[in-house]
Design a protein around this ligand. Structure first.
Ligand code: GLC
Length: 583
């Protein structure tokens, strides 16, 4: 009931907005009603990694009841949608990305009743819920795979990709997570190999089989019928395969996206999924990966294609690399601006994208893209928030980044839990790799850095669990935690809340035209966002030094809407200074 009235109010608010914009639309840039408005374009998505968010029963693993206990915190952020990483039954080879039953909840996380309460609690607070759908592969412990591997004539055999061993070895395929990088695993039970792009416990589903596709659509409808509001399709650009299995070029290991992504058939599957599922509900849909080119991305998301609502492109998030330049720079700011500007202009008129710089597959945002040294952590975290919340596209924000949580930087392999890091370590070990260099590199880039428990307060284990956490808590929880920041008006957390509100109050930040200024400035990212006569200027110093922006705009008459420094700025932007002005 409460959810419905929130929805009604929202509609009323939108229609008032649309009509008031109508009245003053004459000479304006573009009218709101030509924008093809959608709730998911205006959403701010908060990603929750359930395993690390909040443990309610002391087993050291986050769970659904834990999330429920934090719903008021989640609402206080102002975010409008939550994307939950997979919560289905799973043996957890890849923390839930290996699903053994798509219609049940992982034991560690709770029960279906807990899920129903969580969904209800979110809806009561006006928050939408987006589910992670992992159907490029299942777990090898899924009933389908158990049947499939049991005999060559089993009706489920064709649910997966098999290569009979009497044909010789199958053409090499690279596996992202395998200890030998080999995506074909020999199974003596039926003298055949099965395909797994990820770990051996994640066999790839055969999307050419209509039975597989229908099973997936039915499963998605099961969740849609429960009232979930969207789907994030995991690794879906890899779902279609060329099953003539041609030999692939020798750069496959380093450029696997190029050969595995967007293979013929993918668009047919998406169109079918859209017809069978998305078109029947008011749900958002987003795929991981956007192909190799703008054209690939447009083919996934353009209106009229009837495939997806949006996609994530990885060019931006992939930019920050393990420091390798003589100056230790993690990325070029000019390149960063170029990437985001190009993607924006390519999608200015059709299609929609997500904007993000971190997720559960990345190390921490402030460590990679900002500066987690004590004197710069707060300002740089706030600067990155200003960036993400002021770009065109739907912003996705990963839990813990609103506190400026940092990389834990494990210094020994035993501390890691992630299948990718552990198996790659084994690979390096058996292939004579430099293991100490590997540990240094992973301290910067391993995704376990982003998976340490959420830092709630300064009590034992950061208030995450009363038991032994499944992965170590970052020792800096005594100073970096939600309780401390909640009370501090100038904290990163409170800045995040303000910046989310600023976006929600300014449609120009969602839909407005983006114009890059001072393009070749190596330190400052400056741009304007304009809609219906409203013009906002965003100034971001991406460096630890003072810097000047040459925008040609006189700030004397501008109104500052937000800034990450408490004293007014002048011509020089201080380290990591960020500000938004109305011109
Ligand atoms: C996606 C997920 C990642 C997972 C992989 C295999 O990239 O984001 O966490 O390991 O797919 O499912």
């Amino acid at each position: 009931m409460q959810g419905k009235s929130v929805q009604l109010l929202y509609c009323l608010f939108l229609s008032t907005l649309i009509s008031s914009c109508h009245n003053s639309a004459e000479k304006k840039l573009s009218t709101v009603d030509t924008l093809n408005r959608k709730w998911w374009k205006e959403a701010v998505v908060y990603q929750i990694y359930p395993r690390s968010f909040k443990d309610s029963d002391g087993d050291g693993i986050g769970d659904l009841k834990g999330i429920i206990s934090k719903l008021d915190y989640i609402k206080s952020l102002g975010i409008t949608a939550v994307w939950l990483n997979p919560i289905y039954s799973s043996p957890n080879d890849d923390n839930g990305y290996d699903v053994s039953d798509y219609r049940n909840i992982m034991k560690d996380f709770g029960t279906m009743q807990d899920f129903d309460s969580l969904l209800k609690g979110m809806h009561e607070r006006g928050i939408k819920l987006v589910m992670d759908i992992v159907v490029n592969h299942s777990s090898d412990e899924h009933e389908w795979f158990k049947q499939s591997r049991s005999s060559r004539t089993n009706p489920y055999r064709n649910y997966y990709h098999w290569w009979n061993a009497e044909r010789g070895k199958p053409p090499y395929r690279y596996s992202l997570f395998d200890v030998n990088h080999d995506a074909w695993k020999y199974d003596s039970l039926t003298n055949a190999y099965y395909l797994h792009y990820f770990s051996r416990k994640q066999p790839d589903l055969n999307w050419e089989n209509p039975k597989v596709r229908n099973e997936v659509y039915d499963m998605m409808k099961f969740w849609a019928a429960k009232g979930v509001d969207g789907f994030r399709l995991d690794a879906f650009q890899f779902a279609a395969k060329d099953t003539t299995w041609p030999a692939l070029p020798s750069d496959l290991n380093t450029k696997f996206e190029k050969y595995y992504g967007m293979v013929n058939g993918l668009h047919d599957y998406l169109k079918e999924m859209n017809k069978e599922v998305f078109s029947k509900y008011d749900v958002m849909s987003v795929a991981e990966g956007a192909g190799q080119t703008f054209e690939d991305a447009h083919n996934l998301v353009d209106a009229g294609r009837n495939e997806l609502g949006m996609a994530y492109a990885f060019d931006g998030v992939n930019l920050a690399k393990y420091p390798s330049t003589p100056n230790g720079e993690k990325y070029s700011i000019i390149k960063f601006k170029e990437i985001f500007s190009k993607w924006d202009s390519a999608f200015a008129n059709n299609g929609w994208l997500s904007v993000f710089l971190s997720n559960h597959d990345q190390a921490r945002l402030v460590t990679r893209f900002g500066n987690d040294a004590p004197q710069f952590r707060e300002q740089s975290a706030k600067m990155l928030i200003t960036f993400l919340m002021s770009m065109r596209g739907t912003p996705y924000y990963y839990n813990g980044d609103e506190l400026g949580m940092t990389n834990i930087r494990f210094n020994k392999i035993e501390d890691y839990r992630d299948v990718q890091t552990l198996n790659e370590y084994q690979y390096q070990k058996t292939h004579g790799g430099n293991l100490s260099e590997f540990i240094i590199r992973k301290a910067f880039e391993s995704r376990d850095n982003g998976r340490t428990p959420f830092q709630w307060n300064d009590s034992i284990n950061a208030g995450f669990t009363t038991g032994k956490p499944w992965i170590n808590v970052n020792a800096n929880y005594t100073t970096i935690n939600a309780a401390v920041q909640d009370k501090d008006a100038n904290s990163i957390l409170n800045y995040f809340r303000k910046m989310v509100q600023l976006r929600k109050n300014n449609l120009a930040l969602v839909y407005g035209k983006y114009t890059l200024l001072d393009k070749n400035n190596p330190a400052v990212y400056a741009y304007t966002r304009e809609l219906n006569g409203k013009k906002l200027l965003v100034l971001l110093n991406f460096t630890a030094n003072n810097a000047t922006a040459n925008t040609g705009i006189n700030l004397l008459k501008a109104k500052q809407l937000i800034s990450n420094y408490s004293t007014a700025s002048n011509k020089v932007l201080r380290p990591y200074e960020a500000a938004v002005y109305e011109l």
